[in-house]
Design a protein around this ligand. Structure first.
Ligand SMILES: [Mg+2]
Length: 359
C-alpha cells in the first residue's frame, strides 16, 4: 500500500479557511471576547496523478514550493507521519493525502487503537454572563448556551472559570464561578461537567473551588494554575485526602512537553492537552506510542476550529488513550465531512484521509 506513496508532488497552495461559530463567544480568565469565528491558514497538496490532500497549516511555512517534485514517500511514512520536522507545516495535509492515495481513513493509518465512538464535550461555555459590558446578561445566558449545545447533541460541557483573575474582583469572581457551575449542574443534572481555569487560580483557590462544588462531580479541572510540581502535588494530596475523582488536565498553554509528561508519569497530571495543531499529529503519534499502556490519558486541545475537533476525533479512534474530544461547534465555509455528535458521542467517517471535502 505504501507503493501508492511513490507518486510525486506537483503543487502546494496556501489558502485560508473561515470558521463561523453559532454565536459570538465571550471572554475567559485571560482573553477578551473570542468573536464569531477566526480565519486560519491551510495548505493543499496535489500529486502528478491528480490526487489532492489538504489540512490546516501545522506551523510556519517559509517555502511551500520546496515540496514540489518530491515523492510523497520521501517526506512521509505511514507508520510515523512527517519524516522531517521542517515539514511539519504540511503534517495534516500529508496525512490527508496519504489517506487518499492509500484509500484509508487517517484513523486507520494511526492504527485504529481507540474506540469507534468517542465522548465529546461542548467547549464553548465562556464568560458570556459578563457581556455586554453595559448590560451584562448574567447566568441565564450561560444556561441558554448549554441548552444550545444540548440541542446540538452534546451531553458534556466545559465551563470556563477564573472570572476573578482579570474581569471581576477575586472573591466576587470566585463566587460567580461557583454559581455558574452549580446552576448548570442544577439545570442539567445528567450532564458531565468540566471546568477550565486558564491558569487563573492560585493553588489554594483551586482547592477551594473544588471543595465548593464537590457535590457536582466534576469530570476534570483544566489548567487551574501554571503547572508546577509543588502546586500539583498539593492538589494531588488534597484529592487523595478527599477520595475525589476529578481529573487534572494540563499542557495546553505554552507547555514544556517533557516536563508535563514527567508530571503525568508522576501521577500529578491525568490528561495531557497539547494542541492538536500546535503540537502536531506526527509528534502526538510518537508521544502516544511512548505513553501506550502507562494509563496516562490524552485529549488534544481543539478549541478555535471545528476542523481541529475532526482531527482530534480521528486521533481518538486511531490512537490509544484519548479520553474525550473537545467539541468546537460551528461551520467551516466550503467544507463538509461525515462527522456527527449524537447523544454526547462523536463519530468520525471511514472515508479516505480526514474525510473533509472542499465543496
Ligand atoms: Mg483550556
Amino acid at each position: 500500500m505504501s507503493d501508492n506513496l511513490h507518486t510525486r508532488i506537483s503543487s502546494v497552495e496556501l489558502n485560508d479557511v473561515i470558521t463561523r461559530y453559532p454565536r459570538s463567544i465571550g471572554r475567559n480568565a485571560v482573553l477578551g471576547t473570542h468573536g464569531t469565528g477566526p480565519t486560519a491558514p491551510a495548505v493543499t497538496i496535489s500529486t502528478i496523478d491528480g490526487a489532492t490532500g489538504w489540512g490546516l497549516l501545522g506551523g510556519r511555512c517559509d517555502d511551500p514550493g520546496s515540496l514540489i517534485g518530491k515523492r510523497v514517500d520521501e517526506i512521509f511514512d505511514l507508520g510515523v507521519g512527517v519524516l522531517d520536522p521542517a515539514t511539519l507545516w504540511a503534517d495534516f495535509a500529508l496525512h490527508d493525502l496519504a489517506g487518499i492515495l492509500t484509500g484509508q481513513s487517517v484513523h486507520t493509518i494511526l492504527g485504529d487503537h481507540g474506540g469507534r465512538e468517542i465522548s465529546t464535550y461542548d467547549g464553548s461555555i465562556y464568560f458570556d454572563d459578563l457581556d455586554p459590558l453595559d448590560a451584562p446578561r448574567g447566568i441565564d445566558v450561560v444556561l441558554e448556551n448549554v441548552q444550545d449545545g444540548w440541542d446540538d447533541g452534546h451531553r458534556a460541557f466545559k465551563i470556563k472559570i477564573g472570572r476573578g483573575f482579570t474581569w471581576m474582583g477575586e472573591r466576587e469572581g470566585f463566587q460567580r464561578d461557583v454559581e455558574v457551575v452549580r446552576a448548570v449542574h442544577d439545570a442539567f443534572p445528567s450532564a458531565r461537567l468540566l471546568v477550565d481555569g486558564n491558569n487563573g487560580f492560585s493553588v489554594e483557590a483551586a482547592i477551594n473551588f473544588l471543595e465548593s462544588v464537590a457535590d457536582v462531580g466534576l469530570f476534570w479541572f483544566e489548567e487551574p494554575f501554571n503547572e508546577h510540581r509543588n502546586g500539583l502535588e498539593r492538589l494531588r494530596d488534597w484529592r487523595r485526602s478527599t477520595g475525589g475523582e476529578v481529573l487534572i488536565a494540563d499542557g495546553e498553554y505554552r507547555p514544556d512537553v517533557d516536563e508535563v509528561v514527567r508530571f503525568a508519569e508522576a501521577g500529578l497530571v491525568d490528561v495531557l492537552l497539547m494542541d492538536v495543531v500546535g503540537f502536531g499529529l506526527t509528534p502526538w503519534r510518537a508521544l502516544a506510542a511512548k505513553l501506550g499502556g502507562s494509563g496516562i490519558k490524552i485529549s488534544p486541545h481543539a478549541w478555535g476550529l471545528p476542523i481541529k475537533t475532526c482531527y482530534a476525533g480521528q486521533m481518538a479512534v486511531g490512537l490509544a488513550d484519548v479520553i474525550t474530544v473537545e467539541g468546537v461547534r460551528g461551520q467551516t465555509d466550503g467544507v463538509e465531512g461525515g462527522y456527527a455528535v449524537v447523544d454526547g458521542m462523536l463519530t468520525v467517517p471511514d472515508t479516505p484521509g480526514f474525510g473533509l471535502r472542499v465543496v
